[in-house]
Design a protein around this ligand. Structure first.
Ligand code: CS2
Length: 505
Protein backbone atom coordinates (compact mmCIF):
# COMPACT_ATOMS: atom_id res chain seq x y z
CA UNK A 1 0.00 0.00 0.00
CA UNK A 2 1.33 3.46 -0.79
CA UNK A 3 0.70 6.64 1.19
CA UNK A 4 -1.94 7.26 3.86
CA UNK A 5 -5.51 6.34 3.02
CA UNK A 6 -8.74 7.60 4.58
CA UNK A 7 -10.83 5.86 7.20
CA UNK A 8 -13.99 3.85 6.55
CA UNK A 9 -17.08 5.97 7.26
CA UNK A 10 -20.59 6.62 5.97
CA UNK A 11 -19.21 8.73 3.11
CA UNK A 12 -16.48 6.30 2.10
CA UNK A 13 -18.24 2.97 2.60
CA UNK A 14 -19.92 1.08 -0.20
CA UNK A 15 -23.70 1.63 -0.01
CA UNK A 16 -25.09 -0.97 2.37
CA UNK A 17 -27.79 -2.15 -0.06
CA UNK A 18 -30.55 -1.59 2.48
CA UNK A 19 -32.08 1.45 4.18
CA UNK A 20 -29.87 2.83 6.93
CA UNK A 21 -32.00 2.25 10.05
CA UNK A 22 -33.90 5.28 11.27
CA UNK A 23 -34.37 3.90 14.79
CA UNK A 24 -33.31 1.00 16.98
CA UNK A 25 -35.67 -1.87 17.79
CA UNK A 26 -32.98 -4.25 19.06
CA UNK A 27 -30.60 -3.90 22.01
CA UNK A 28 -27.70 -6.30 21.69
CA UNK A 29 -25.46 -7.31 24.60
CA UNK A 30 -22.04 -8.63 23.50
CA UNK A 31 -20.75 -6.48 20.63
CA UNK A 32 -18.10 -8.97 19.54
CA UNK A 33 -17.09 -10.43 16.21
CA UNK A 34 -19.68 -13.20 16.28
CA UNK A 35 -22.61 -10.79 16.55
CA UNK A 36 -21.17 -8.54 13.85
CA UNK A 37 -20.73 -11.42 11.37
CA UNK A 38 -23.95 -13.27 12.22
CA UNK A 39 -26.98 -11.45 13.63
CA UNK A 40 -25.96 -8.12 12.08
CA UNK A 41 -25.82 -9.73 8.63
CA UNK A 42 -29.30 -11.27 9.07
CA UNK A 43 -30.53 -7.87 10.27
CA UNK A 44 -29.15 -6.21 7.14
CA UNK A 45 -31.24 -8.65 5.09
CA UNK A 46 -34.28 -7.87 7.28
CA UNK A 47 -33.79 -4.15 6.61
CA UNK A 48 -33.67 -4.86 2.88
CA UNK A 49 -36.99 -6.68 3.28
CA UNK A 50 -38.55 -3.53 4.83
CA UNK A 51 -38.85 -2.01 8.30
CA UNK A 52 -36.14 0.58 8.84
CA UNK A 53 -36.80 0.80 12.59
CA UNK A 54 -34.91 -2.43 13.30
CA UNK A 55 -31.53 -0.86 13.87
CA UNK A 56 -29.35 -2.33 16.63
CA UNK A 57 -27.85 -0.60 19.68
CA UNK A 58 -24.70 -2.64 20.28
CA UNK A 59 -23.32 -2.94 23.81
CA UNK A 60 -19.79 -4.22 24.41
CA UNK A 61 -19.26 -5.67 27.84
CA UNK A 62 -15.87 -4.21 28.88
CA UNK A 63 -13.54 -3.74 25.93
CA UNK A 64 -13.48 -0.38 24.11
CA UNK A 65 -11.72 -1.73 21.01
CA UNK A 66 -14.72 -2.40 18.75
CA UNK A 67 -16.74 0.53 20.12
CA UNK A 68 -13.96 3.07 19.53
CA UNK A 69 -13.30 1.77 16.02
CA UNK A 70 -16.97 1.73 15.05
CA UNK A 71 -17.58 5.20 16.50
CA UNK A 72 -14.70 6.57 14.43
CA UNK A 73 -16.23 4.96 11.33
CA UNK A 74 -19.86 6.21 11.58
CA UNK A 75 -20.73 2.76 13.04
CA UNK A 76 -19.59 1.01 9.85
CA UNK A 77 -17.38 -2.07 9.64
CA UNK A 78 -16.69 -4.73 7.05
CA UNK A 79 -17.57 -8.42 6.98
CA UNK A 80 -15.09 -10.43 4.92
CA UNK A 81 -16.48 -13.80 3.94
CA UNK A 82 -13.42 -15.98 3.47
CA UNK A 83 -13.21 -19.28 1.63
CA UNK A 84 -10.26 -20.98 -0.06
CA UNK A 85 -11.65 -19.73 -3.38
CA UNK A 86 -11.78 -16.03 -2.44
CA UNK A 87 -13.03 -13.24 -0.21
CA UNK A 88 -16.36 -11.41 -0.50
CA UNK A 89 -16.73 -8.07 1.27
CA UNK A 90 -19.87 -6.37 2.62
CA UNK A 91 -20.60 -3.46 4.96
CA UNK A 92 -23.78 -4.30 6.93
CA UNK A 93 -24.43 -0.80 8.50
CA UNK A 94 -27.18 -1.86 10.90
CA UNK A 95 -26.09 -0.27 14.18
CA UNK A 96 -27.58 3.02 15.35
CA UNK A 97 -25.35 3.35 18.42
CA UNK A 98 -22.65 1.46 20.30
CA UNK A 99 -21.27 1.82 23.83
CA UNK A 100 -19.41 -0.03 26.59
CA UNK A 101 -21.53 -1.42 29.44
CA UNK A 102 -18.76 -1.20 32.05
CA UNK A 103 -18.32 2.53 31.33
CA UNK A 104 -22.05 3.26 31.13
CA UNK A 105 -23.96 0.62 33.13
CA UNK A 106 -27.04 2.80 33.63
CA UNK A 107 -27.46 3.09 29.90
CA UNK A 108 -27.84 -0.68 29.64
CA UNK A 109 -30.64 -0.62 32.21
CA UNK A 110 -32.25 2.40 30.51
CA UNK A 111 -31.99 0.68 27.10
CA UNK A 112 -33.69 -2.44 28.42
CA UNK A 113 -36.47 -0.27 29.88
CA UNK A 114 -37.01 1.67 26.63
CA UNK A 115 -40.31 0.62 25.01
CA UNK A 116 -38.94 1.20 21.53
CA UNK A 117 -36.67 -1.78 22.15
CA UNK A 118 -38.73 -4.85 21.33
CA UNK A 119 -35.99 -7.47 21.13
CA UNK A 120 -32.90 -7.89 23.31
CA UNK A 121 -30.29 -10.26 21.87
CA UNK A 122 -27.30 -11.79 23.65
CA UNK A 123 -23.92 -13.11 22.55
CA UNK A 124 -22.08 -12.96 25.85
CA UNK A 125 -20.40 -16.41 25.53
CA UNK A 126 -20.93 -19.39 27.82
CA UNK A 127 -18.88 -17.58 30.46
CA UNK A 128 -21.25 -14.58 30.46
CA UNK A 129 -24.19 -16.35 32.13
CA UNK A 130 -22.66 -16.50 35.66
CA UNK A 131 -23.57 -20.15 36.23
CA UNK A 132 -21.88 -22.46 38.74
CA UNK A 133 -20.15 -25.31 36.85
CA UNK A 134 -21.35 -27.97 39.27
CA UNK A 135 -25.05 -27.12 39.05
CA UNK A 136 -25.48 -25.04 35.91
CA UNK A 137 -27.59 -22.68 38.07
CA UNK A 138 -26.95 -19.01 38.89
CA UNK A 139 -23.69 -18.80 40.84
CA UNK A 140 -24.77 -16.97 43.97
CA UNK A 141 -21.23 -17.29 45.31
CA UNK A 142 -19.90 -15.22 42.39
CA UNK A 143 -18.89 -11.86 43.92
CA UNK A 144 -20.17 -9.97 40.86
CA UNK A 145 -23.61 -11.57 41.14
CA UNK A 146 -23.62 -10.89 44.89
CA UNK A 147 -22.73 -7.24 44.21
CA UNK A 148 -25.45 -6.92 41.55
CA UNK A 149 -27.97 -8.36 43.99
CA UNK A 150 -26.97 -5.76 46.59
CA UNK A 151 -27.77 -2.93 44.17
CA UNK A 152 -25.97 -0.22 42.25
CA UNK A 153 -25.23 -0.35 38.56
CA UNK A 154 -25.26 -4.03 37.51
CA UNK A 155 -22.09 -5.50 35.99
CA UNK A 156 -23.18 -9.03 35.07
CA UNK A 157 -25.39 -9.80 32.08
CA UNK A 158 -27.98 -11.52 34.26
CA UNK A 159 -27.95 -8.57 36.69
CA UNK A 160 -28.35 -6.13 33.79
CA UNK A 161 -31.27 -8.06 32.31
CA UNK A 162 -33.00 -8.38 35.69
CA UNK A 163 -32.49 -4.72 36.64
CA UNK A 164 -33.54 -3.53 33.17
CA UNK A 165 -36.68 -5.66 33.22
CA UNK A 166 -37.43 -4.43 36.74
CA UNK A 167 -37.33 -0.84 35.51
CA UNK A 168 -39.39 -1.73 32.44
CA UNK A 169 -41.98 -3.45 34.63
CA UNK A 170 -42.24 -0.44 36.96
CA UNK A 171 -43.19 1.76 34.01
CA UNK A 172 -45.83 -0.71 32.77
CA UNK A 173 -43.44 -1.55 30.00
CA UNK A 174 -44.34 -2.90 26.59
CA UNK A 175 -43.75 -6.61 25.91
CA UNK A 176 -40.20 -7.58 25.01
CA UNK A 177 -38.32 -10.66 23.82
CA UNK A 178 -34.96 -11.73 25.25
CA UNK A 179 -33.14 -13.89 22.69
CA UNK A 180 -30.00 -15.75 23.73
CA UNK A 181 -27.66 -16.48 20.80
CA UNK A 182 -24.98 -18.38 22.73
CA UNK A 183 -23.90 -22.01 22.50
CA UNK A 184 -25.88 -23.29 25.46
CA UNK A 185 -28.51 -25.95 25.17
CA UNK A 186 -32.01 -24.62 25.83
CA UNK A 187 -30.47 -21.17 25.93
CA UNK A 188 -33.85 -19.39 26.14
CA UNK A 189 -35.22 -21.37 29.07
CA UNK A 190 -31.86 -21.16 30.85
CA UNK A 191 -31.64 -17.40 30.47
CA UNK A 192 -35.17 -17.05 31.80
CA UNK A 193 -34.40 -19.31 34.77
CA UNK A 194 -31.26 -17.30 35.61
CA UNK A 195 -33.12 -13.97 35.47
CA UNK A 196 -35.94 -15.39 37.58
CA UNK A 197 -33.47 -16.72 40.16
CA UNK A 198 -31.83 -13.30 40.36
CA UNK A 199 -35.18 -11.54 40.84
CA UNK A 200 -36.25 -14.15 43.40
CA UNK A 201 -33.06 -13.56 45.40
CA UNK A 202 -33.75 -9.84 45.84
CA UNK A 203 -34.72 -8.89 49.39
CA UNK A 204 -38.38 -8.99 50.42
CA UNK A 205 -40.77 -8.55 47.53
CA UNK A 206 -38.39 -6.32 45.54
CA UNK A 207 -38.44 -8.66 42.53
CA UNK A 208 -42.16 -9.49 42.62
CA UNK A 209 -43.38 -6.86 40.17
CA UNK A 210 -40.74 -7.83 37.60
CA UNK A 211 -41.53 -11.53 38.04
CA UNK A 212 -45.20 -10.84 37.32
CA UNK A 213 -44.18 -8.77 34.29
CA UNK A 214 -42.06 -11.72 33.07
CA UNK A 215 -45.13 -13.97 33.34
CA UNK A 216 -47.24 -11.73 31.17
CA UNK A 217 -45.03 -9.75 28.80
CA UNK A 218 -41.57 -11.26 28.32
CA UNK A 219 -40.64 -14.18 26.06
CA UNK A 220 -37.34 -16.06 26.12
CA UNK A 221 -37.25 -18.15 22.92
CA UNK A 222 -34.26 -20.43 22.30
CA UNK A 223 -32.04 -20.15 19.27
CA UNK A 224 -29.20 -22.06 17.63
CA UNK A 225 -26.50 -19.96 16.00
CA UNK A 226 -23.74 -21.19 13.75
CA UNK A 227 -20.94 -19.45 11.89
CA UNK A 228 -17.21 -19.81 12.41
CA UNK A 229 -15.85 -16.34 13.17
CA UNK A 230 -12.14 -15.93 13.93
CA UNK A 231 -10.59 -13.09 15.93
CA UNK A 232 -9.57 -10.05 13.84
CA UNK A 233 -5.91 -9.95 12.81
CA UNK A 234 -3.63 -7.22 11.40
CA UNK A 235 -3.53 -9.25 8.18
CA UNK A 236 -7.33 -9.04 7.86
CA UNK A 237 -7.25 -5.25 8.44
CA UNK A 238 -4.71 -4.89 5.64
CA UNK A 239 -6.61 -7.16 3.26
CA UNK A 240 -9.91 -5.37 3.84
CA UNK A 241 -8.36 -1.90 3.60
CA UNK A 242 -6.68 -2.84 0.32
CA UNK A 243 -10.01 -4.07 -1.07
CA UNK A 244 -12.02 -1.06 0.17
CA UNK A 245 -9.46 1.63 -0.57
CA UNK A 246 -10.05 3.04 2.93
CA UNK A 247 -8.85 1.87 6.32
CA UNK A 248 -11.20 -0.29 8.46
CA UNK A 249 -9.72 -0.75 11.95
CA UNK A 250 -12.37 -3.25 12.97
CA UNK A 251 -13.30 -5.64 10.19
CA UNK A 252 -14.53 -9.13 10.94
CA UNK A 253 -13.96 -12.32 8.95
CA UNK A 254 -16.25 -15.32 8.71
CA UNK A 255 -16.68 -18.56 6.83
CA UNK A 256 -19.33 -18.65 4.05
CA UNK A 257 -21.52 -21.09 6.04
CA UNK A 258 -24.11 -19.52 8.31
CA UNK A 259 -27.18 -20.85 10.11
CA UNK A 260 -29.70 -19.51 12.61
CA UNK A 261 -32.62 -21.56 13.94
CA UNK A 262 -35.01 -19.64 16.19
CA UNK A 263 -38.01 -20.67 18.24
CA UNK A 264 -40.92 -18.59 16.95
CA UNK A 265 -42.15 -17.38 20.33
CA UNK A 266 -41.76 -13.61 20.47
CA UNK A 267 -43.56 -11.32 22.91
CA UNK A 268 -43.83 -8.53 20.33
CA UNK A 269 -42.65 -7.73 16.80
CA UNK A 270 -39.24 -8.84 15.50
CA UNK A 271 -37.04 -8.19 12.48
CA UNK A 272 -37.74 -10.34 9.39
CA UNK A 273 -34.54 -12.34 9.92
CA UNK A 274 -35.93 -15.06 7.65
CA UNK A 275 -35.04 -12.68 4.80
CA UNK A 276 -31.41 -13.57 5.58
CA UNK A 277 -32.12 -17.29 5.77
CA UNK A 278 -32.96 -17.70 9.49
CA UNK A 279 -35.24 -20.67 10.14
CA UNK A 280 -38.17 -20.23 12.53
CA UNK A 281 -38.92 -23.67 13.94
CA UNK A 282 -40.30 -25.58 16.91
CA UNK A 283 -37.32 -27.94 16.66
CA UNK A 284 -34.71 -25.56 18.06
CA UNK A 285 -33.79 -28.06 20.79
CA UNK A 286 -32.78 -30.60 18.17
CA UNK A 287 -30.78 -27.99 16.21
CA UNK A 288 -28.99 -26.90 19.38
CA UNK A 289 -28.10 -30.44 20.41
CA UNK A 290 -26.80 -31.28 16.97
CA UNK A 291 -24.69 -28.14 16.78
CA UNK A 292 -23.36 -27.94 20.34
CA UNK A 293 -22.27 -31.59 20.29
CA UNK A 294 -21.30 -32.37 16.69
CA UNK A 295 -19.71 -29.05 15.80
CA UNK A 296 -18.67 -27.52 19.12
CA UNK A 297 -17.82 -30.74 20.98
CA UNK A 298 -15.68 -32.04 18.13
CA UNK A 299 -14.21 -28.56 17.65
CA UNK A 300 -12.90 -28.66 21.23
CA UNK A 301 -11.29 -32.06 20.63
CA UNK A 302 -9.61 -30.82 17.42
CA UNK A 303 -8.41 -27.64 19.17
CA UNK A 304 -6.82 -29.38 22.18
CA UNK A 305 -5.27 -32.24 20.20
CA UNK A 306 -4.11 -29.80 17.52
CA UNK A 307 -2.56 -27.39 20.03
CA UNK A 308 -0.68 -30.26 21.70
CA UNK A 309 0.54 -31.37 18.25
CA UNK A 310 1.82 -27.85 17.51
CA UNK A 311 -1.02 -26.77 15.18
CA UNK A 312 -1.76 -23.02 15.28
CA UNK A 313 -5.05 -23.35 13.40
CA UNK A 314 -8.02 -25.71 13.20
CA UNK A 315 -7.34 -26.36 9.51
CA UNK A 316 -3.74 -27.41 10.28
CA UNK A 317 -5.02 -29.66 13.07
CA UNK A 318 -7.72 -31.41 11.03
CA UNK A 319 -5.20 -31.99 8.21
CA UNK A 320 -3.28 -34.31 10.60
CA UNK A 321 -4.60 -37.82 9.85
CA UNK A 322 -4.77 -38.96 13.46
CA UNK A 323 -6.61 -35.80 14.58
CA UNK A 324 -9.06 -36.35 11.72
CA UNK A 325 -9.59 -39.98 12.73
CA UNK A 326 -10.20 -38.91 16.36
CA UNK A 327 -12.77 -36.37 15.10
CA UNK A 328 -14.53 -38.98 12.96
CA UNK A 329 -14.53 -41.44 15.82
CA UNK A 330 -16.03 -39.04 18.38
CA UNK A 331 -18.70 -37.98 15.88
CA UNK A 332 -19.81 -41.45 14.89
CA UNK A 333 -19.47 -43.31 18.18
CA UNK A 334 -20.11 -40.72 20.87
CA UNK A 335 -21.93 -37.62 19.63
CA UNK A 336 -24.16 -38.85 16.82
CA UNK A 337 -25.96 -41.52 18.89
CA UNK A 338 -26.73 -38.88 21.55
CA UNK A 339 -28.49 -36.49 19.20
CA UNK A 340 -32.05 -36.19 17.95
CA UNK A 341 -31.63 -34.69 14.48
CA UNK A 342 -34.10 -32.06 13.24
CA UNK A 343 -36.41 -33.21 10.47
CA UNK A 344 -34.93 -32.62 7.05
CA UNK A 345 -31.30 -32.53 8.18
CA UNK A 346 -29.23 -35.26 6.54
CA UNK A 347 -26.57 -36.43 9.02
CA UNK A 348 -24.01 -37.44 6.40
CA UNK A 349 -24.32 -34.15 4.56
CA UNK A 350 -24.09 -32.18 7.82
CA UNK A 351 -20.95 -34.04 8.85
CA UNK A 352 -19.31 -33.80 5.45
CA UNK A 353 -19.92 -30.05 5.65
CA UNK A 354 -18.30 -29.92 9.10
CA UNK A 355 -15.04 -31.39 7.77
CA UNK A 356 -15.09 -28.97 4.84
CA UNK A 357 -15.64 -26.04 7.22
CA UNK A 358 -12.84 -27.08 9.56
CA UNK A 359 -10.51 -27.49 6.58
CA UNK A 360 -11.03 -23.85 5.46
CA UNK A 361 -7.34 -22.91 5.67
CA UNK A 362 -7.90 -19.38 4.36
CA UNK A 363 -9.82 -18.53 7.55
CA UNK A 364 -6.93 -18.90 10.01
CA UNK A 365 -9.19 -19.97 12.91
CA UNK A 366 -6.79 -20.52 15.80
CA UNK A 367 -6.73 -23.56 18.07
CA UNK A 368 -6.06 -21.18 20.98
CA UNK A 369 -9.34 -19.35 20.25
CA UNK A 370 -11.46 -22.52 20.25
CA UNK A 371 -9.53 -23.85 23.27
CA UNK A 372 -10.25 -20.69 25.29
CA UNK A 373 -12.81 -20.90 28.15
CA UNK A 374 -12.89 -24.72 28.06
CA UNK A 375 -13.99 -24.86 31.69
CA UNK A 376 -17.31 -23.28 30.74
CA UNK A 377 -17.63 -24.50 27.14
CA UNK A 378 -17.02 -28.21 27.81
CA UNK A 379 -19.75 -28.21 30.45
CA UNK A 380 -22.21 -27.52 27.59
CA UNK A 381 -20.67 -30.00 25.18
CA UNK A 382 -19.67 -33.24 26.90
CA UNK A 383 -21.63 -34.40 30.01
CA UNK A 384 -24.86 -35.62 28.39
CA UNK A 385 -23.27 -37.59 25.52
CA UNK A 386 -20.67 -39.03 27.92
CA UNK A 387 -23.38 -40.16 30.35
CA UNK A 388 -25.38 -41.65 27.52
CA UNK A 389 -22.39 -43.76 26.40
CA UNK A 390 -21.67 -44.89 29.95
CA UNK A 391 -25.32 -45.81 30.49
CA UNK A 392 -25.31 -47.91 27.35
CA UNK A 393 -22.31 -49.88 28.63
CA UNK A 394 -19.46 -48.30 26.69
CA UNK A 395 -16.67 -45.92 27.69
CA UNK A 396 -16.63 -42.65 25.71
CA UNK A 397 -12.90 -42.82 25.02
CA UNK A 398 -12.83 -39.76 22.76
CA UNK A 399 -14.80 -37.58 25.15
CA UNK A 400 -12.38 -38.72 27.86
CA UNK A 401 -9.56 -37.76 25.48
CA UNK A 402 -11.15 -34.32 24.99
CA UNK A 403 -11.03 -33.76 28.76
CA UNK A 404 -7.51 -35.21 29.11
CA UNK A 405 -6.21 -33.04 26.25
CA UNK A 406 -7.97 -29.98 27.71
CA UNK A 407 -6.39 -30.51 31.13
CA UNK A 408 -3.00 -31.21 29.52
CA UNK A 409 -3.26 -27.81 27.77
CA UNK A 410 -4.55 -25.72 30.68
CA UNK A 411 -3.25 -27.57 33.74
CA UNK A 412 -0.28 -29.64 32.53
CA UNK A 413 1.22 -32.23 34.85
CA UNK A 414 4.52 -31.01 36.35
CA UNK A 415 7.28 -31.36 33.75
CA UNK A 416 4.93 -31.56 30.73
CA UNK A 417 5.15 -28.65 28.27
CA UNK A 418 1.95 -28.31 26.22
CA UNK A 419 3.49 -25.75 23.85
CA UNK A 420 2.71 -22.17 22.83
CA UNK A 421 -0.82 -22.65 21.45
CA UNK A 422 -1.99 -24.26 24.69
CA UNK A 423 -0.29 -21.53 26.71
CA UNK A 424 -2.19 -18.91 24.69
CA UNK A 425 -5.57 -20.34 25.75
CA UNK A 426 -7.40 -18.17 28.29
CA UNK A 427 -9.54 -19.87 30.91
CA UNK A 428 -11.25 -18.53 34.04
CA UNK A 429 -10.35 -21.77 35.86
CA UNK A 430 -6.71 -21.85 34.71
CA UNK A 431 -5.14 -20.90 38.05
CA UNK A 432 -7.28 -23.21 40.11
CA UNK A 433 -6.73 -26.15 37.75
CA UNK A 434 -2.98 -25.47 37.54
CA UNK A 435 -2.79 -25.60 41.35
CA UNK A 436 -4.55 -28.97 41.32
CA UNK A 437 -2.16 -30.28 38.64
CA UNK A 438 0.87 -29.12 40.64
CA UNK A 439 -0.39 -31.00 43.67
CA UNK A 440 -1.12 -34.23 41.74
CA UNK A 441 1.30 -37.12 41.39
CA UNK A 442 -0.46 -38.65 38.37
CA UNK A 443 -3.32 -38.20 35.93
CA UNK A 444 -5.71 -40.25 38.05
CA UNK A 445 -5.35 -37.81 40.93
CA UNK A 446 -5.78 -34.77 38.72
CA UNK A 447 -8.83 -36.22 36.95
CA UNK A 448 -10.38 -37.14 40.28
CA UNK A 449 -9.79 -33.71 41.79
CA UNK A 450 -11.23 -31.89 38.78
CA UNK A 451 -14.17 -34.11 37.88
CA UNK A 452 -15.19 -35.61 41.24
CA UNK A 453 -13.87 -32.83 43.51
CA UNK A 454 -14.60 -29.61 41.62
CA UNK A 455 -17.56 -31.04 39.66
CA UNK A 456 -16.23 -29.17 36.64
CA UNK A 457 -18.47 -31.19 34.32
CA UNK A 458 -21.47 -31.34 36.63
CA UNK A 459 -22.71 -33.57 39.40
CA UNK A 460 -23.49 -36.68 37.38
CA UNK A 461 -20.10 -37.22 35.71
CA UNK A 462 -18.55 -36.63 39.14
CA UNK A 463 -19.99 -40.00 40.14
CA UNK A 464 -18.65 -42.03 37.19
CA UNK A 465 -15.35 -43.65 38.24
CA UNK A 466 -14.85 -45.46 34.89
CA UNK A 467 -14.89 -42.16 33.04
CA UNK A 468 -12.68 -40.41 35.60
CA UNK A 469 -10.14 -43.26 35.53
CA UNK A 470 -10.02 -43.20 31.72
CA UNK A 471 -9.37 -39.42 31.73
CA UNK A 472 -6.56 -40.00 34.25
CA UNK A 473 -4.94 -42.72 32.11
CA UNK A 474 -5.04 -40.53 29.04
CA UNK A 475 -3.49 -37.56 30.90
CA UNK A 476 -0.58 -39.85 31.81
CA UNK A 477 -0.29 -41.21 28.27
CA UNK A 478 -0.11 -37.64 26.92
CA UNK A 479 2.54 -36.60 29.47
CA UNK A 480 4.66 -39.76 29.17
CA UNK A 481 4.25 -40.94 25.58
CA UNK A 482 2.86 -37.94 23.74
CA UNK A 483 -0.53 -36.94 22.41
CA UNK A 484 -0.16 -39.19 19.34
CA UNK A 485 -0.04 -42.27 21.57
CA UNK A 486 -3.17 -41.08 23.43
CA UNK A 487 -5.05 -40.57 20.15
CA UNK A 488 -4.07 -44.02 18.87
CA UNK A 489 -5.06 -45.65 22.14
CA UNK A 490 -8.48 -43.92 22.24
CA UNK A 491 -9.36 -44.55 18.60
CA UNK A 492 -8.30 -48.22 18.86
CA UNK A 493 -10.22 -48.73 22.12
CA UNK A 494 -13.35 -47.28 20.49
CA UNK A 495 -13.08 -49.70 17.58
CA UNK A 496 -12.79 -52.74 19.92
CA UNK A 497 -16.02 -54.53 20.93
CA UNK A 498 -17.36 -53.33 24.30
CA UNK A 499 -16.39 -55.40 27.31
CA UNK A 500 -17.85 -53.23 30.07
CA UNK A 501 -20.22 -55.20 32.30
CA UNK A 502 -22.13 -52.23 33.55
CA UNK A 503 -20.74 -52.33 37.10
CA UNK A 504 -19.17 -49.17 38.57
CA UNK A 505 -19.94 -47.02 35.61
C1 CS2 B 1 -16.05 -22.74 18.78
C2 CS2 B 1 -17.25 -21.89 18.39
O1 CS2 B 1 -14.68 -21.29 20.00
C3 CS2 B 1 -15.41 -22.28 20.06
O2 CS2 B 1 -15.60 -22.90 21.09
O3 CS2 B 1 -16.44 -24.07 18.87
O4 CS2 B 1 -17.02 -20.53 18.57
C4 CS2 B 1 -17.68 -22.16 16.94
O5 CS2 B 1 -16.72 -21.70 16.02
C5 CS2 B 1 -19.01 -21.52 16.65
O6 CS2 B 1 -19.93 -21.95 17.61
C6 CS2 B 1 -19.48 -21.89 15.26
O7 CS2 B 1 -20.80 -21.55 15.12
Amino acid sequence: MTGPIGRLGAGSAPQPGHPVPSAAGVLHLGLGNFHRAHQAVYTAAALRAGGDDWGIVGVASRSRTVVDAMQAQDLRYTVAEISPSGTAITVPAVHTDVFVAAADPDRVVAGLADDRIRVVTLTVTEHGYSTAPSTGLLDLADPLIAADLRGGAPRTTIGQLARGLQRRASGNGAPVTILSCDNLSENGARTEALVRTFLGELPGSEGAEALAYLDSAVAFPSSMVDRIVPATTAQLRDLVSARLGVRDESPVSAEPFTMWAIEDRFAAARPAWEAGGAVFTDEVGAYEQMKVRLLNGTHSLIAYLGALRGAATISEAIAMPDVESAARSILHHEYEPSVRFPAGVDVDTYEAQLFERWANHALGHRTAQVGTDGSVKLRQRIPEPALRSLDSGSTPHLIALTVAAYLSCIAPMPGFDPGPHARAMVDPAREELARLADASTDGAQLAHRVIAGLHLFGQELAERPTFIARVGELIDTIARHGVDAAIQDSVAATARPTTTTGAHR
